[in-house]
Write a protein that binds this ligand. Structure first.
Ligand code: MLT
Length: 343
């Protein structure tokens, strides 16, 4: 167990006692957020640590650490940060906390907070971007144009309007996607065992009780759930095979899968085989089971569109994520229970 006082440390600053601390920021943070913390008297150290350094206890001399997805706060790292150390707060500047061992943090009396809504809009817009890029073949058109071709005839895509979009999960991001997709004229359906059918209906979306029904009814699928044992490889060969390839009005539009949520929810081998044998018209992934995705064979497929986990990579999202995290840290050091504490 960490030796610090659970709700922050009091140190002498300019002759007055103020609740301030030493904060490690290991995967970067918006300048504005660093300035907020420094103005509040905290010491902010921007540094990236290797997994070996983390396991050796590099974070033990900090009161708090702010990570994104690159720093893995495993049980071993948490133990090393606590034995003889004083770490009391892990901030996840973003949504997914799958890189943090929450149980180990709780056992060591470390508060874990994330910024669940701060990057939603950016992920929503990237999802819509991938939906349009795949159905209008924008990436393929760009590649072909650069190679000297004028492939106007072979680059015929399909509209989103009139097609049926299935959202796996109906949280903040999925709802934002539903709103924009509806504005494009898509009919939106969803599957989320944690949300009532009424909540979906209020936003104009039909809820399916069975995820297979979602695949059976939708030509376009977008993933918006967490990665867990239940959702690992939820998008698999059997489900890709039951997707329709024509819109409700009969227009042939092919079938399309987008994942801007978490790697591992989509079975990438199944997607590659489905692209190769024509079961699937296109796939767009922003997140991969193994990141960086350098030698992933999907990257060689013409009808695959990828991006390197950039869902939250906008100026606006990173400013919101950083300033929200700064606020959480300030309340933690004041001894308050920070909003969005997960444990
Ligand atoms: C998140 O969980 O916030 C996103 O995947 C963004 C990220 O990890 O950088």
């Amino acid at each position: 167990m960490c030796s610090n006082v659970f709700w922050g440390t009091l140190i002498e600053v300019l002759g007055r006692e103020r609740p301030v601390g030493r904060i490690a920021v290991t995967d970067g943070m918006a300048d504005a957020a660093v300035a907020i913390l420094e103005d509040a008297g905290h010491e902010v150290v921007l540094a990236h640590y290797t997994p070996e350094e983390l396991r050796a206890g590099s974070l033990a001399e900090f009161d708090a650490v702010v990570v994104r997805s690159a720093t893995k706060m495993s049980s071993e790292v948490i133990q090393a940060s606590c034995s003889g150390g004083r770490l009391g707060f892990i901030g996840r500047a973003g949504v997914g906390v799958d890189n943090i061992d929450i149980n180990s943090a709780t056992d060591n009396r470390i508060v874990v907070c994330n910024t669940p809504g701060a990057s939603s809009r950016s992920v929503v817009e990237l999802t819509i971007g991938h939906l349009i890029a795949t159905t209008r073949l924008i990436t393929r058109a760009d590649r072909s144009l650069r190679s000297g071709d004028w492939a106007k005839k072979s680059l015929r895509g399909s509209e989103l309007g009139g097609k049926r979009l299935g959202l796996i999960g109906f949280g903040r991001i999925a709802r934002g996607v539903a709103e924009l997709a509806s504005a494009f004229g898509m009919e939106v359906r969803t599957f989320d065992p944690f949300v009532s059918a009424k909540q979906a209906e209020d936003l104009g979306c039909q809820m399916h009780d069975d995820v297979d029904d979602l695949f059976r009814n939708c030509t376009h699928i977008s993933v918006h759930c967490n990665l867990s044992d239940e959702t690992h490889h939820l998008v698999n060969a059997d489900r890709l095979a039951i997707m329709p390839t024509s819109a409700p009005d009969g227009t042939p539009c092919g079938n399309h899968v987008v994942n801007c949520a978490r790697g591992g929810i989509v079975d990438e081998i199944a997607v590659l085989e489905a692209l190769e044998d024509g079961t699937l018209a296109s796939a767009a992934l922003d997140v991969f089971e193994v990141e960086p995705a350098g030698d992933n064979p999907l990257l060689q497929h013409e009808r695959f569109h990828g991006s390197p986990h950039i869902g939250a990579a906008t100026l606006e999202a990173q400013t919101r994520v950083g300033t929200e995290m700064a606020g959480l840290l300030i309340s933690f050091f004041k001894g308050e229970n920070p909003e969005s504490a997960i444990n």
